[in-house]
Design a protein around this ligand. Structure first.
Ligand code: TRP
Length: 436
């Protein structure tokens, strides 16, 4: 059984991840009715999800929903990190309420940064780039300064134990306790946006890289552990009471919801269950969650997630800030970026003659990967390059030249925007006051 380690650096076989972890495929039928599907959907960069149907329904019905994602401020921001922000900016453009956690506690606990250092990195390397990329004012907060997030992490921890986190994360006797606690803080991040102060109970989407899936599974478990009802959809919708207190009253409430919508139902007190004739599990779950909150519970809806593939480093291994020669940083000057691009691994033939005769392999080419990850936005143009490379008509030199030109334009523009961003960065923290 493979194990996903959110703090490790392995490469993944994505096919195995579907079988082993039960995530769903983010295929065309999932994204095709969303407004102007962006390149990261069309090109399979976002490849998997949990519970995205809930988000789609909210978008379609114009009901509120929220994005929560996070960044760990360690090292410099590179193209691999950009893909999350591309998604956030897209979701913001279609009406999502955006919240972004700066995981300074996690950087402190797992990477050894002080909170001060983490703050500096977060602002200069990440937040300024987010704004430069086009993020509009929203709610960015630091974990260490958000009391609601930390309180929630602590409170939710009551229904989880050491064996559970050890099984998920492989902690052992020498793991420091701040590290052990960091997944609870992350659960606090993900769920706090459903507190009344932050907009209340509503579908929450967490777009992340696949390495974060253990946190997502853990957080979904925690969210449901704090629910009073569970809702299971089969031919009918089964509503089950998970607690032993006030069962009558809880069944009455569920019955009331079935009546309100005019659905047929069958109540089974001995089973602490009601079976409702409806196919709208989301509506019933939401109504029940709202009732739970009135009773003083949390009533968190299970957070949904999407997973994107990681961009490959320029040498064909993982792109990581610890291997700076093979990563393009958003703050790279063009000279440095040029050098890296010229040295990148391509899928071309060994000699130009061989390339012309046998064609190249775009699938194995890091330059083509840069194009795919957004350097080229137009699918037709990308498709042309693919064909011409396969046919040996376009050489690696030509592709590298094109990549350099596009990268120069991108980096120059970003640099300018980053400078402008310094004047507005404060606007991204208001909304909910962080503690100073
Ligand atoms: N653990 C994430 C990382 O390593 C950062 C993070 C913290 C996060 N809180 C989050 C991501 C909540 C998504 C949602 O980059």
């Amino acid at each position: 059984m493979i194990k996903v380690d959110p703090w490790g650096a392995q490469k993944y076989d994505y096919e195995k991840l579907f079988e082993n972890f039960g995530i769903e495929r983010f295929d065309e039928h999932v994204w095709k009715d969303l407004p102007s599907p962006p390149f990261f959907f069309r090109r399979g960069i976002v490849f998997g999800h949990r519970g995205f149907d809930v988000i789609k329904k909210s978008i379609k019905e114009k009901k509120p929903w929220v994005i929560l994602t996070g960044l760990m401020p360690s090292g410099k921001m590179h193209l691999g990190h950009k893909i999350v922000m591309d998604q956030v900016i897209y979701y913001q453009s279609i009406g999502a309420d955006i919240h972004i956690a700066v995981a300074d506690i996690e950087a402190y606990a797992t990477r050894g940064y002080s909170l001060k250092e983490a703050e500096k990195i977060a602002i200069n390397e990440y937040i300024l780039n987010y704004i430069a990329l086009g993020l509009k004012p929203c709610n960015i907060y630091f974990q260490s300064k958000n009391e609601d997030v930390k309180d929630l992490g602590y409170i939710l921890a009551k229904k989880s134990n050491l064996s559970q986190v050890n099984a998920i994360y492989g902690f052992n006797g020498s793991t420091n306790m701040a590290h052990v606690f960091s997944p609870f803080i992350q659960a606090g991040d993900i769920l706090h946006v459903q507190l009344d102060k932050y907009g209340g109970i509503r579908p929450t989407l967490v777009p992340v890289g696949f390495d974060q899936d253990p946190h997502i599974r853990f957080c979904r478990d925690i969210a449901s552990a704090h629910r009073l009802y569970s809702v299971i959809k089969k031919d009918r919708i089964g509503v089950f009471i998970k607690v032993d207190k006030n069962v009558d009253k809880l069944l009455d409430i569920a019955e009331g919801i079935a009546k309100k919508y005019g659905y047929g139902y069958e109540r089974n007190d001995a089973y602490k269950a009601i079976y409702i004739d409806s196919d709208n599990a989301q509506q019933i779950d939401f109504e029940l969650a709202m009732e739970e909150r009135k009773l003083g519970g949390y009533g968190f809806l299970l957070p949904s997630s999407t997973y994107h593939r990681f961009i490959t480093g320029l040498d064909g291994n993982k792109m990581s800030s610890s291997r700076p020669n093979y990563a393009i940083f958003l703050s790279d000057d063009i000279k440095t970026a040029k050098k890296k691009i010229w040295n990148a691994k391509t899928g071309g033939g060994v000699t130009i003659e061989e390339h012309r005769k046998q064609g190249g392999k775009p699938e194995k080419c890091m330059i083509y990967e840069l194009f795919t990850y957004g350097l080229i936005k137009d699918d037709k143009e990308l498709g042309e390059i693919y064909k011409k490379c396969r046919a040996g008509e376009q050489t690696c030199g030509q592709c590298k030249k094109l990549a350099l030109d596009l990268m120069e334009e991108f980096l120059d523009n970003l640099k300018e925007k980053r400078e402008e961003a310094r004047d507005v960065v404060k606007e991204y923290y208001h909304g909910y006051k962080n503690k100073d």
